[in-house]
Design a protein around this ligand. Structure first.
Ligand SMILES: [Zn+2]
Ligand SMILES: [Zn+2]
Length: 429
């Protein structure tokens, strides 16, 4: 089947593409790119005022299958991802049972088979994520994981981290760390600050984050391997990451849209949707994260999409689970807060949301050139819209952004010969 995308802005910094023009796709493969293409085709889509970029990948997502299919399934996660503008998702292993062996990796991959969105499981570092014994990393590598993490929890001890970095370097896959010294965050539910005192909530200091980052960097320096710091929230962590990179260590870092869009002031009304781990920090931390996005210290933007049931999020602030959903607001928040505020160019956003995550986790490449499989995200940079959590495809609605006015949205995704556009899934074969 021949499909022509017309009148779009085509942007891919990997091949120095930045033109207004047309793109021809034949049986799911890009066959021609030009300012104007005239050709007999099966279908034409007018993408006037829309921007076509390499398919975005969200490297940090929690799908709740197996175990909590009431909150999210692989399928509903795929639909939320597609609706949010992603053609690839990496899913964390804190399911029930945990993704800690080949069998569960294969189970998740099978659930995602033949979908527009590629789903890449991340394997647990320790068996059952209990922090005691290294999981079967080699077996999970063979089954197709793209990294290892005990996310939800930090890697329990220096010894396990040392083994994990040593083993994973045999497969050239990163260890993804949730930096949290649990001895400092026990019972903590929000950032330790003047606000935690004012709101009377148990504190979760940024010190807990930087201590584990420092520990892991020391181990990385000793063992080699690849370390990726997930959801960096604090200015101190940004600083140690910056120094570790200067030193030449193989380390990367990630930030979520909620950590650069909100401060701990948002906890004021005790909305449990603002309860996340790591917690929302101060304006100074937000400024440091933004600076780190600009200077390249932070490599990727990932949502840390963490669905939870309404019942559980209705518990009191101290008892409610940590996490908010993010797949369907990630692009809107990024474009509003970073692109329209002139902090990052569209090319830089393409690096943070497509090129870098694909490179760090060795996902399928997405590049806009003839001969490449069409793996694309289509953006409407100027679209103003109001976040409506009830319109989401995710099974959960735990977001504090309901009612927010954003500028910029995904308009469609193409991958695996499928096209999600105007709320319809179209086959391109
Ligand atoms: Zn985490
Ligand atoms: Zn997470």
């Amino acid at each position: 089947m021949k499909v022509l995308l017309k009148n779009a802005f085509l942007i891919d910094p990997q091949v120095e593409l930045n033109i207004k023009g047309d793109l021809l796709i034949e049986d799911g493969v890009i066959s021609k790119i030009d300012t104007s293409i005239k050709e007999n085709v099966d279908e034409i889509f007018d993408l006037k005022n829309l921007v076509v970029v390499p398919g975005f990948a969200d490297a940090h997502v929690h799908l709740r299958e197996p175990g909590r299919e009431d909150e999210e399934t692989v399928q509903s996660g795929i639909e939320a991802g597609m609706n949010g503008g992603f053609s690839a998702l990496c899913c964390m292993p804190n399911t029930e049972p945990a993704i800690d062996c080949a069998e569960v990796v294969t189970f998740v991959k099978d659930r995602a088979a033949n979908s527009l969105v590629d789903v890449y499981p991340i394997g647990a570092v320790t068996k059952k994520r209990e922090g005691k014994e290294l999981a079967l990393l080699g077996e999970m590598y063979e089954a197709g994981v793209v990294g290892f993490s005990d996310d939800g929890d930090p890697i329990s001890t220096s010894k396990i981290m040392k083994y994990a970095l040593e083993y994973s370097s045999m497969f050239d896959l990163p260890i993804i760390e949730h930096c949290e010294d649990k001895s400092l965050t026990e019972n903590g539910v929000m950032n330790e600050s003047i606000n935690s005192t004012k709101f009377g909530l148990p504190p979760h200091p940024s010190l807990a984050e930087v201590i584990i980052a420092l520990r892991d960097i020391a181990i990385l320096r000793y063992t080699g391997g690849k370390l990726h710091l997930a959801h960096i929230s604090a200015k101190e962590t940004v600083e140690v990451l910056r120094l570790a990179k200067k030193e030449g260590l193989n380390i990367t870092g990630e930030v979520t849209p909620h950590h650069f869009s909100l401060t701990d002031d948002a906890v004021e009304n005790y909305d449990t949707n603002t309860k996340v781990n790591p917690p929302l920090r101060t304006q100074q931390d937000v400024n440091a994260l933004i600076e780190a996005l600009k200077d390249g210290t932070i490599d990727i933007i990932a949502s840390d999409h963490a669905p939870h049931s309404i019942e559980e999020k209705e518990w009191e602030y101290i008892y409610a689970p940590f996490g908010m959903i993010g797949l369907e607001t990630s692009i809107g928040l990024t474009l509003t807060k970073l692109y329209h505020s002139k902090i990052l160019s569209i090319e830089e956003i393409i690096y943070k949301m497509s090129i870098n995550p694909r490179k760090i986790f060795k996902l399928k490449e997405a590049v806009i050139k003839p001969g490449a499989a069409a793996n694309l995200t289509i953006l409407d940079l100027e679209k103003e819209w109001i976040v409506d959590k009830f319109s989401f495809k995710s099974k959960s609605i735990n977001t504090p952004f309901h009612g927010w006015k954003l500028k910029g949205k995904s308009a469609g995704v193409i991958n695996n010969s499928k096209f999600f556009f105007e709320n319809k899934l179209i086959d391109l074969i």
